[in-house]
Design a protein around this ligand. Structure first.
Ligand SMILES: *Cc1c(COP(=O)(O)O)cnc(C)c1O
Length: 234
């Protein structure tokens, strides 16, 4: 087994222990391997070790590496987790299986194009900017609550939420932010009442065990599995 494969298994085992401890369930959390700025051979290492979900941030890089071609040989789903630009909506919808960093404008477009056979993507998470950082994408918890109160149409198509927290936040601050997103998630789950709303993506290399202890059921781990990223997009 490769070093990267061994690190994937170690992360998956720790994530499983944290999730089972927090929930009392025997199920496993989703472990999304974040493969941005990682070459294809390292991605193959995690697939050989049993990974089934990968996440990319840049459309062009994902196309160049042809991560989509991996689906011919591996049972893997490819998630988009980067900044969405409106001129990239079509290729993102055509190529990716899931869009975890969805925003309001994108989700409105998805509703408009429902039933379009050119769309592959079938899972959509709304990005939540838990720390309210101006330079980051995503709606704040308050903004999502305001939209839920008027019941905007695209909410019903959601499969869950993806929270991002400030890099500089302490573990105590992150715990508080994760709790607030978890509370929002549970309220939306109750309001929507759809079985498909079931994913709460919170936690990265630094804090995935903490996030799982505070309600996450999907973690996004790059560096702790693959080591440092190359300095530029591949
Ligand atoms: C890059 C990235 C990650 C992975 O971060 P690591 O610290 O390498 O685990 C997770 N989520 C998003 C949205 C990212 O852009």
């Amino acid at each position: 087994m490769s070093l990267v494969g061994e690190r994937f298994i170690a992360v998956r085992d720790k994530a499983t222990a944290a999730y089972q401890q927090a929930t009392g369930l025997s199920a496993q959390p989703h472990v999304l391997c974040v493969t941005k700025m990682q070459p294809l051979d390292r991605i193959l290492d995690v697939l050989e070790a049993g990974a089934t979900e990968i996440g990319e941030n840049y459309l062009q890089e994902a196309v160049r590496k042809d991560v989509f071609g991996l689906r011919h040989d591996w049972p893997v789903t490819v998630h988009f987790i980067g900044r969405l630009q409106s001129n990239k909506y079509n290729p993102v919808l055509r190529l990716f299986d899931a869009v975890d960093s969805s925003d309001q404008a994108f989700l409105e477009k998805v509703v408009e194009r429902r039933g379009d056979p050119g769309i592959r993507a079938s899972k959509f998470l709304l990005e939540v900017n838990a720390g309210g950082e101006a330079q980051k994408g995503g709606l704040t918890v308050t903004e999502v609550r305001a939209l839920a109160a008027v019941s905007v149409p695209w909410l019903r198509g959601l499969n869950g939420l993806m929270a991002v927290v400030p890099l500089a936040a302490t573990m105590a601050e992150r715990a508080r932010l994760y709790d607030s997103v978890h509370e929002l998630y549970r309220d939306l789950m109750r309001q929507l009442g759809t079985a498909q709303f079931s994913l709460l993506s919170m936690g990265t290399s630094d804090d995935y065990e903490l996030a799982l202890a505070h309600g996450s059921n999907m973690v996004r781990v790059g560096t702790a599995i693959f080591g440092p990223r190359t300095s530029t997009s591949l």
